[in-house]
Design a protein around this ligand. Sequence first.
Ligand SMILES: [Zn+2]
Length: 458
Amino acid sequence: MRVWGEQGQSRRRWRLRGLLVATLGLTLAPGVWAQRSNLKPPWNTYSPQRDVQLGKESAQVLAKRLPLCNDPKVDAYLTKLGLRLVSKMPTRGVKYPWEFHCVNDKEINAFALPGGYVFVNRGAIEAADNEAQLAAVMAHELSHVVLRHGTAQASKAQLMQGAAGIFGQIFGGSTSGALLSQGVALGAGGLLLRYSRSDETQADVLGTQTLYDVGYDPRAMAQFFEKLQAETKGKNPPQFLSDHPNPGNRVARVNEEIDKLGGVPPNAKRDSPEFEAIKREVMSLPVVKTPPASVGSAPPPPPSGNFVDYQGNGVALKVPENWKRYEDNGSVTFAPDGGISQKGGLAYGIIVSVNQVQDDGSEQALENATRALIRELAKTNPGLKMAREPARVDLNGQPGLSTYLSNESSTGTEETDWLVTVLQPQGLVSFLCVAPKAAFPEYEKTFTTVLNSVRFQR
Ligand SMILES: [Zn+2]
């Protein structure tokens, strides 16, 4: 179950450019610089410091879970290349910590967490024909970081869920949780990596400008994407293409930007002996069998029969003592170790969230709000289906609705989602109990105990 609705300086650059043009005015055709596209980062409720904090927490988790190449030569090469690219990128005065890691995974993929934690699969290095193409993949990722597209998507998701700030009212302001579900979702191809089409175009355009500014052949951006597309005709596209879908006119837009920049420079760099050496080095690394991008093959340990109290600001409940708590701004998730997939989906556990709703006091208000919530969940869970229509239940004296849904589990099988909803002054409080269908009967008793323990406080 995925809950997440799914990452000035340019002005300073302008001024710098203006200065350059003024100094070298006679040698540069006037107006060439002025044509480059000016990219505005999308609306974002997070601070850049929050980007760094979120990215750091997720990077620590991922560094433990992902099979890293552990080859200092390769990491040093990626770092050098990456830093060369970011030196030409508009960072708006934010000091990003920039970390670059090689991942021992043959899948053609690379991703960057907010705040500048970059993971490049060996598959991406092996698939690149030359250094310019690898630089293109990295420049595209780094553009998502400096334009802060990850948290911009998160901002939009919160707005849609009406959850921003609401969480604080019911569960208190504790944000000390590891933010794991959100963090990992951001990191490993989860929902938040589904950038919008305009995010993709911005990353292509800024990436192209960066390649140009560093001296690489800027056509490498379109070439690499075209290569991936061509290689996968009729097959599953590599993860990189599904995480960075073609906004529709990718190649044309990149070429347009190259024209705006004044064309491909005659001495543009395509390759280097260093890249070829690193590619050989990477190809000789032992192949690590990567675990499927899902919950570990072994199911998580069964829920403990001992329950511990969880006290929020407006609600109290009991959860198995071997479940961990993961909080973010919109919800709190209780899950056993191994209950959250690498992609950030919950496979075993309970998500408690509060959604702002219009409570008109009518008989239908709870049902309408519940159906609206299910429609919202279906947006990020395409396989979600109603298994049993909403039925009235009593949750410790509060009228509630119980709805059973079926969904595709992060484990690759079918999952059962038991949704219990109650209207409270804070909004629609929902308890979403998630387990693979086959394991659901074992978990049902635990879910029932948790729900029976719920107490609302006013
Ligand atoms: Zn992208």
